[in-house]
Design a protein around this ligand. Sequence first.
Ligand SMILES: NC(=O)c1ccc[n+]([C@@H]2O[C@H](COP(=O)([O-])OP(=O)(O)OC[C@H]3O[C@@H](n4cnc5c(N)ncnc54)[C@H](O)[C@@H]3O)[C@@H](O)[C@H]2O)c1
Ligand SMILES: [Zn+2]
Length: 354
Amino acid sequence: MNIKSYKGNYHVHFTDCFLSSLKSEAKTGDIFLIDENVLQLYRKQFSYFEKSNTIICLPSGEKTKSFDAARKLILDLMELGFKRNHKLIAVGGGIVQDAVAFVASILFRGVEWIFVPTTLLAQGDSCIGSKTSVNFDNYKNLLGGFYPPSNIYIDAAFLDTLSDDEIRSGLGEMLHFFMIGGRSDFKNFRDTFHHCCEDKNAIKKLTERSLEIKKEMIERDEFDEGPRKVFNYGHTFGHALEGITNYQIPHGIAVSYGMDMANKVSVYLGLLEENIAMESRELLSQVWRNTVFPKIDTKEYLNLLSKDKKNVGSKLNLILTSGWGEMFMKEVIPDEGFTEIVNEILNFYYSNNN
Ligand SMILES: NC(=O)c1ccc[n+]([C@@H]2O[C@H](COP(=O)([O-])OP(=O)(O)OC[C@H]3O[C@@H](n4cnc5c(N)ncnc54)[C@H](O)[C@@H]3O)[C@@H](O)[C@H]2O)c1
Ligand SMILES: [Zn+2]
């Protein structure tokens, strides 16, 4: 898959052997940056590069994608003699991706980087789209830009060592593209989803289609200035859930709840037929199944929702829907009726999971 970008085309390769892809990619002076859990699990495979290349182990967790960690990483790279003609080879999930992409974009005014995504979320979503970000103090994703890798190598073998939660989080994130893709994409996801546990090809198919839907949009709006904003579907409600639960709910699962909330609010505002919201909920609830949904204070939740950066004044700018493939931004006044419907939905999740 080739993706058009302001930086020229970049490429997604689906491979059954990441090691042989990396063997042809890694040159003298290139430096590997690998997530600590991935390095531990796949140490044997990566030991091949220990003689020829330096491997930096990045701690798992958000602290790795912070401004302070980026500063330290740049100092380490300088000490190791990294030059502008060398490449950074990132191996890990969205955290390693964001951190390495950020550093690659500013070091020597930009150096080449390669990405091997190892989580389903990174394979089926974040690996394309060019976004880079690091957290600054308590502000998540405050600093960043657009800086794609030149090559992405996707190997589904990495999924074997992911937890069930991480797999469902990746599926939830991918599902939001299928909902935006339209009715037939939604049905395709539903039919394929049931085979995901026993058949790796099913997950591969979903990953490829997810990236195809995303590719079409990011090529039209790489810098997120217009149509790409519909990808925030499920995210405004989802981010507020992540925030209020202190990130206890994994991102893609929070997005699944978020899509359901966007659907139910759309029904409440007369934009969406109830039966479409219920048909969607049937699938979404399979993604979030087993999640222990905590008791959430609706006022506190609405307060977080009002802090979303898309909002203007006291009105909320939400991505709502009138059906699969029909998402749009709508200004909503958070009045009594809105508060009541949000309260009802949050209570529904709580009572169904406990
Ligand atoms: N740049 C973008 O476009 C974009 C898009 C979506 C999300 N993100 C960012 O991505 C981050 C989340 O990424 P993520 O969900 O991939 O999480 P992650 O990178 O934190 O990885 C999740 C966990 O899985 C472990 N792990 C990774 N690969 C593994 C494997 N193959 N086997 C076993 N364990 C493995 C990691 O060590 C970590 O503990 C967030 O910071 C989010 O803001 C960025
Ligand atoms: Zn997301």
